[in-house]
Write a new protein. Structure first.
Length: 123
C-alpha cells in the first residue's frame, strides 16, 4: 500500500506518521485526546530511540527527538457482563433460535432447476 505524502498534519508541532494516523483511526483516538496526552501525560524514555507518554490508559509513542508520533494505543474496553434472564425467557429464546435454524435448513433444501427458476422469474 502506498503511503499518502500530502497529509502532513502536526499536533502541537509534532508530525504524525502514517502508521500513527492509521492506529489513531483504528483505536478511535481523537486529535484532542492526543493534545491532552501530550500536555498532561507522564513522559518516560523507553530506549535511546523512543519516548512513551502515558495518560489514563493511553500510550503515545514518539521518537526520541519528539519530532514524530510513531503510534498510539488506547485502553482496553471493558466487556459488559451478560444479563441474567429467567429460565422461561431462556427457554423461549432457545425455541426461537431452533425455529430460525430449522427455517434456514428448509430454505436451503428447497431447490429448483435453472429452467424452473427462469420460468418463475420471467413470467
Amino acid at each position: 500500500m502506498q503511503k499518502k505524502r500530502f497529509n502532513k498534519k502536526k499536533i502541537m508541532g509534532i508530525l504524525k506518521t502514517y502508521h500513527a494516523k492509521q492506529r489513531q483511526i483504528e483505536r478511535n483516538v481523537t486529535d484532542l485526546q492526543l493534545i491532552k496526552i501530550l500536555q498532561h501525560g507522564e513522559y518516560e524514555e523507553r530506549s535511546e530511540h523512543e519516548v512513551i507518554i502515558r495518560l489514563d490508559g493511553y500510550h503515545l509513542y514518539l521518537d526520541y527527538n519528539l519530532e514524530k508520533i510513531i503510534t498510539v494505543t488506547a485502553p482496553e474496553k471493558q466487556v459488559s457482563t451478560p444479563k441474567i434472564v429467567s429460565s422461561q425467557a431462556g427457554n423461549k429464546l432457545k425455541d426461537t433460535i431452533k425455529e430460525k435454524e430449522a427455517k434456514i435448513e428448509s430454505d436451503e433444501q428447497e431447490s429448483m432447476t435453472f429452467e424452473d427458476y427462469m420460468n418463475n422469474k420471467f413470467k
